[in-house]
Design a protein around this ligand. Structure first.
Ligand code: OGA
Ligand code: NI
Length: 346
């Protein structure tokens, strides 16, 4: 994706990992990390795990290919794309050893001394933000509430290459299935992606937090991608999804991938498919890691609800948006605690 640097003066912040290391168990988090109201919370506590399905990708993409007479799981896919916008996949073609290697590499990186990590800084000359690199998200405002997380750079290229190749296969298998469910041409989304389609990897490290009731690992947002593939920590949860005003825990299952729809497909499907609002809560005891791969349509293109989905009874609910401009608006909106998707709605 394009650098989101812009002209605003970037704000240099200590890595959250260092900050967490300096805080005693009874210490408060600094005021700038307070994203929640604390005791008696600002939202109802998620006690329920979202009933998102686990889909067998081999069966979905090659019905009958495994010789079994069972039906392809397209029905479960259709249901979840229209409600949760999230699902887990098994049989995704990625070896468990590769997934473990990714997590190990990431963990190892974050364990290094700060000085080593700084060599991969995402601030060029300490001044200009680029998407690639170690440390915080871009912080355009001096006042915005901050995330309790650090990001990893794309410096361990070999393992990442393997991982992204396999993820791209998963994405390529899902696009025609999603088009079919909308009764669009199988190639509709593949064609829309264009030659310069982008993938952006984000490695997050969430240190333990003394005040999980106050800080959030990631504030509520929807992804501005077309679709996001997520590999989350096998043992430490924290990802939650919003449905009808209630936060639900997103289930984890070892060696599955989580597929999360983004705003781009919500727009192109005219809202039939949902890009879910999600967030990451922190916890006092354990660190948490995640790797997200965001697939996005060519930044130079414009997208709009598919013509075939629009008629008198189904008016377009979203405007035409240029991908580049849409993505550029992300950090400003996050800073203000707003959703970029609102700017696309009619
Ligand atoms: C993201 C995201 C979830 C996680 O990076 O957009 O939602 O579990 N990450 O880290
Ligand atoms: Ni996200």
């Amino acid at each position: 994706m394009e650098s989101a640097g812009g002209e605003a003066r970037p704000v240099m912040l200590p890595p959250v990992q260092e900050l967490a290391g300096q805080l005693g168990a009874a210490d408060d988090v600094p005021a700038r990390y307070i994203a929640r109201t604390g005791a008696g919370n600002d939202d109802r506590k998620a006690t329920v795990t979202a009933p998102v399905p686990t889909i067998d990708l081999a069966r979905l993409c090659q019905p009958g290919g495994d010789g079994e007479a069972s039906e392809a799981p397209a029905g479960a896919l259709a249901d979840t794309l229209q409600s949760w916008g999230l699902f887990l996949v098994t049989n995704h073609g990625m070896e468990a050893s590769l997934m473990d290697a990714m997590m190990d590499a990431s963990r190892e990186f974050f364990r290094q001394p700060l000085q080593e990590k700084q060599k991969h800084s995402n601030m060029i000359d300490g001044k200009h933000f680029q998407l690639e690199g170690y440390r915080n998200d871009w912080v355009p405002s001096e006042k915005q509430v901050l995330h309790w997380t650090d990001l990893w750079p794309t410096c361990l290229r070999d393992v990442l290459n393997d991982f992204t190749t396999k993820c791209t296969r998963v994405k390529d298998c899902l696009l025609p299935e999603m088009a079919k469910l909308l009764e669009l041409d199988d190639d509709y989304f593949i064609d829309q992606f264009g030659g310069k389609a982008d993938a952006y990897a984000r490695f997050s490290y969430y240190p333990p937090c003394t005040r999980p009731d106050l800080a959030l690992g990631l504030k509520p947002h929807s992804d501005c991608s077309f679709v996001t593939l997520l590999m989350v920590d096998n043992s430490v949860g924290g990802l939650q999804v919003l449905q009808d005003g209630v936060w639900y825990d997103v289930p984890t299952r070892p060696h599955t991938l989580l597929i999360n729809l983004g705003d781009q497909i919500e727009i192109m499907s005219n809202g039939i498919f949902k890009g879910p609002v999600h967030r990451v809560v922190t916890n006092a005891e354990k660190e948490r890691l995640s790797v997200a791969l965001f697939y996005s349509i060519d930044p130079e293109r414009e997208i709009w609800p598919a013509d075939k989905l629009i008629d008198e009874n189904h008016p377009a609910l979203y405007k035409k948006v240029k991908i580049k401009e849409y993505i550029a608006g992300l950090y400003e909106h996050v800073a203000r605690g707003e959703m970029v998707i609102e700017t696309a709605k009619i």
